[in-house]
Design a protein around this ligand. Structure first.
Ligand SMILES: NC(=O)c1ccc[n+]([C@@H]2O[C@H](COP(=O)([O-])OP(=O)(O)OC[C@H]3O[C@@H](n4cnc5c(N)ncnc54)[C@H](O)[C@@H]3O)[C@@H](O)[C@H]2O)c1
Ligand SMILES: [Zn+2]
Ligand SMILES: [Zn+2]
Length: 386
């Protein structure tokens, strides 16, 4: 089959690789009909995530048709049309039972690597380095999906792929980020750093949860324009964000701040140099700013991905203002059914973020375009049949 593989920093190739096969009786094989490139893939593409190896198949946002099931699979059937969460979860451990799906204890075969690096191992993730399980990703014609009865959600209606594909990651991620903000309907002001796909869904979800006002921050005009289409007030990123936010909130600051940027924030030469010299794993410019800008006793929600140890993070600001921080890889399985219902009831159209639809064969060009944010690119959907 054809698959998009990582061959080194900023180097993707489409290669012919072996088809996946059932390795565990609870696996299924999905023929991928649509897959997307995520901001998290950019961290991999840029070589910032340890334990990624040349030849690894990327991709953790995908959906398709079940073409084979293992002997212990009970509810998922050949022919089902499914969206697959990027977090692989067993459904039975203490974390899964508490719906903390991205913290599943049983899906990372390389748990010892994660434990050595971060203390405990989170769930395995598709296409996300060996530290996260070494699972092949879904930017391919076929993919093996473990725990076939736990993760995939069956799509019964004939709703197009592009309206449900993002249930695999960025829609639940934006939604959980907003849910983590303790929004008081009609009253809360939420500031969102980053108007990429995650930021766009965080903005729309904040409104769905009743936010009175959403302020969106990004340097890219077309992304700010898309945020404004959703009803947000958009402002450019930069050093004067704090003054602008104060001016917009009567001096109090936003009730909640969402960092939908993560480890590759722009705007700080200090971080650019330190990261280039490998003296720092992450560039936490947006995170620092969000910590400073959120109001006293406010909430900081961090869907943005961080890899390691952050420099000059003003924790004293967080402590002295009494800020609550909520973060994590998304517990995707928790949100599949409620968010599918919102899509089916037309409360939101997730396809609104798509700017490019390209064949899988053009994955290398699509990665470069999405990572460099050229050609107005906000979200790319890849078609493995082309
Ligand atoms: N927690 C999760 O489970 C989860 C899931 C998906 C994605 N993510 C993470 O969410 C983050 C965003 O993902 P995405 O797909 O939207 O990526 P993206 O790269 O398309 O978007 C990031 C946006 O942040 C903007 N930005 C950069 N520096 C900024 C600054 N200083 N101030 C304001 N905006 C700034 C960029 O211009 C860009 O528009 C990434 O870190 C990604 O890894 C997390
Ligand atoms: Zn992702
Ligand atoms: Zn589990």
């Amino acid at each position: 089959m054809k698959a998009a593989v990582w061959m080194g920093k900023k180097k993707m190739e489409v290669q012919t690789v072996a088809d996946p096969s059932i390795l565990n009786p609870r696996d299924c094989i999905v023929k991928v009909t649509a897959t997307a490139i995520c901001g998290s893939d950019v961290h991999l593409y840029n070589g910032l995530v340890p334990t990624l190896e040349k030849g690894d198949i990327l991709g953790h946002e995908f959906m398709g048709e079940v073409v084979e099931v293992g002997s212990a699979v009970k509810t998922t059937r050949v022919g089902d049309r499914v969206v697959v969460p990027f977090t692989i979860a067993c459904g039975a451990c203490s974390h899964c039972v508490r719906t903390e799906w991205s913290c599943c204890d049983n899906t990372n075969p390389n748990a010892h690597v994660a434990e050595a690096l971060i203390g405990y191992s989170p769930a395995g993730l598709f296409g996300f380095s060996h530290m996260s399980g070494g699972y092949a990703g879904g930017q391919a014609e076929y993919v093996r999906v473990p725990f076939a009865d736990v993760g995939p959600i069956k799509i019964e209606s004939d709703i197009p792929d592009e309206k449900v594909l993002f249930l695999s990651d960025v829609f639940p991620t934006g939604y959980m980020a907003a849910e983590n903000c303790n929004i008081v309907p009609g009253r809360s002001v939420v500031a969102v750093w980053g108007c990429g796909p995650v930021g766009q869904f965080a903005i729309r979800s904040a409104f769905l949860l009743g936010a009175a006002k959403v302020i969106a921050i990004d340097s890219i005009p077309e992304r700010r324009a898309l945020a404004e289409k959703a009803g947000a007030t958009a402002i450019p990123s930069g050093d004067d964000v704090m003054e602008t936010l104060k001016a917009m909130t009567g001096g109090r600051g936003p009730d909640a701040a969402i960092d939908a940027v993560g480890m590759e924030a722009h705007g700080s030469t200090y971080d650019d140099v330190k990261q280039a010299l490998k003296l720092e794993t992450d560039r936490p410019f947006a995170l620092r700013q969000a910590m400073r800008c959120v109001r006293k006793a406010g909430t900081l929600s961090v869907p943005g991905v961080y890899a390691g140890f952050l420099d000059n993070v003003p924790f004293g600001t967080v402590m002295n203002k009494g800020v609550t921080i909520r973060t994590g890889q998304t517990h995707v399985q928790r949100y599949l059914h409620p968010l599918l219902e919102l899509v089916e009831k037309k409360k939101i159209d997730p396809a609104c973020i798509i700017t490019h639809r390209v064949p899988l064969s053009q994955a290398p060009e699509a990665y470069a375009m999405f990572a460099d944010k050229t050609d107005g690119c906000i979200k790319v959907v890849l078609d493995p049949s082309r």
